[in-house]
Design a binder for this molecule. Structure first.
Ligand code: PFF
Length: 442
């Protein structure tokens, strides 16, 4: 067994956890899912889900990780509940499932980065996406993205991940703020704000089977929950750290970046006469390409923007690979670089269908949101709330001076949060089965 690393500094953990949380989930998925699910209604349900379900669940993962100081599978054995290690294994499976197509989207970002350098998308920003999103070129860039991920993981936890993520988080916030201010000056932007910020609740009931599972799934996806990631990351955290404070910081930063992405994408789409309902997965790409083709210095801005998003995507993909490599290095003598290459190869092969045809990407994505993520989080909540129970509260309160929050958290997790996730799962399953989305697009 190799010696376990710890974060060089407390900020190191925070930055890495934010690095895992902030990624394509905020910048690509969030505008995409908002556009596909009615705009502002989705935003409201998502915000409620982040605070009401995401944060308590994040704390639950932190408790398991910090208490055991083990990888996400062995953690449950160490706690004396070996059967529950299925949560860790299921989480790692979901991580694989998601990163396989996440890497394809990461490849698109890489392609847009190069498109910014060469000016490739500047003449016809609306058409570029269709030209690069699928087929051999998408496979090539998916492979390049995976290679970059493997390289960072092979370098090790402190040197690789901390260094890469420290520059990224402030970079994204600054870029997004600047773009949001610019977007506000565009004529026609007002309709974008209205679409994004002014909810029409009358549509919620009719579309609840999509809006609720996708919004709750978005909260999980974007906080890297249900994938054993936050368990693994918090296993490196010291007991003098307040998990409430760190959890709160992560949730706030993460949500801020998603909402900022929306404040850029929707005004730009409307200003260019593009109906968000028709854009879906390409929303962010089409909006940004349009923006950069109009602003002075657009090429440079495009390079910076897609460059920053690329780092954000990488730091998230890295976090998943870290889960797998952490488990494997605890159990074998195979070297970290080799394990990273092996994991990357499996992920690359799994992602091939999604790179070939976006119908596959949609299938992987829908199943992750509506079935796998809620199921995985539900199991964890049941375990932490009902099996660990008081032990969990005790662990949660180490390093914190807000003791009264412990029981509040426990009872919320046990009741309201569990019920909300069960309801979400039921809604999602219903539409999955009735709509036939569960069948792969062969
Ligand atoms: N939280 C990441 C994001 O919002 O982009 C998503 C993510 C997915 C991270 C899969 C890690 C992962 F393995």
């Amino acid at each position: 067994m190799s010696e376990r690393a710890t974060w060089a500094t407390r900020v190191g953990f925070l930055v890495a956890a934010i690095g895992s949380a902030v990624g394509l989930g905020n910048i690509w998925q969030f505008p995409f899912k908002t556009a596909s699910n009615g705009g502002a209604v989705f935003l409201v349900v998502y915000l409620v889900a982040v605070v009401g379900i995401g944060l308590p669940a994040l704390l639950a993962e932190f408790v398991v990780g910090r208490k055991t100081k083990a990888n996400a599978v062995d953690a449950f054995r160490k706690l004396g509940h070996p059967r529950w290690r299925v949560i860790g294994a299921f989480g790692a499976f979901i991580g694989f499932w998601i990163v396989s197509y996440y890497s394809v989207v990461g490849g698109w970002v890489g392609r847009y980065f190069i498109g910014s350098v060469t000016g490739g998308y500047f003449d016809a920003p609306g058409q570029y996406f269709g030209a690069i999103a699928t087929g051999p070129e998408a496979i090539l860039f998916h492979g390049l993205f995976m290679t970059a991920t493997v390289t960072v993981v092979a370098l090790g936890v402190n040197s690789g991940i901390e260094r890469a993520t420290k520059v990224m988080v402030p970079g994204i916030v600054v870029m997004m703020l600047g773009l949001a201010v610019w977007a506000a000056t565009q004529s026609g932007a007002a309709a974008g704000y209205s679409y994004f910020l002014n909810p029409d609740f009358s549509t919620l009931l009719a579309n609840a089977g999509d809006v609720v599972p996708f919004a709750v799934g978005q909260a999980f996806f974007t906080l890297s929950l249900g994938m054993a990631i936050m368990i693994t990351y918090s296993s490196y955290v010291g007991e003098d750290t307040s998990l409430f404070v760190d959890g709160g910081v992560i949730v706030v930063m993460n949500t801020l970046i998603g909402v900022l992405a929306g404040l850029v994408v929707f005004p730009v789409l409307f200003a260019n006469g593009i109906d968000p309902n028709t854009t879906k997965a390409e929303a962010i790409f089409v909006a940004m390409a349009n923006a950069f083709s109009q602003v002075p210095g657009g090429r440079l801005l495009g390079m910076v923007f897609f460059g920053v998003v690329l780092i954000a995507a990488l730091s998230s993909a890295i976090s998943l690979m870290e889960v797998v490599v952490s488990y494997a290095t605890d159990h074998s003598t195979v070297s970290r670089p080799r394990l990273a290459v092996l994991t990357g190869t499996v992920l690359f092969v799994m992602g091939l269908p999604s790179a070939w045809d976006t119908a596959w990407l949609g299938w992987f994505d829908t199943l992750a949101y509506k079935l796998f993520l809620p199921l995985s989080v539900l199991l964890l909540l049941l375990f932490v709330g009902w099996v660990l129970a008081d032990e969990a509260v005790e662990q949660l309160l180490l390093g914190s001076d807000t003791g009264w929050l412990g029981p509040v958290w426990l009872w919320t997790v046990r009741t309201v949060v569990v019920l909300a996730v069960v309801a979400t799962l039921a809604l999602g399953l219903e539409t999955l089965l009735l709509g036939g989305d569960i069948v792969p697009p062969v």
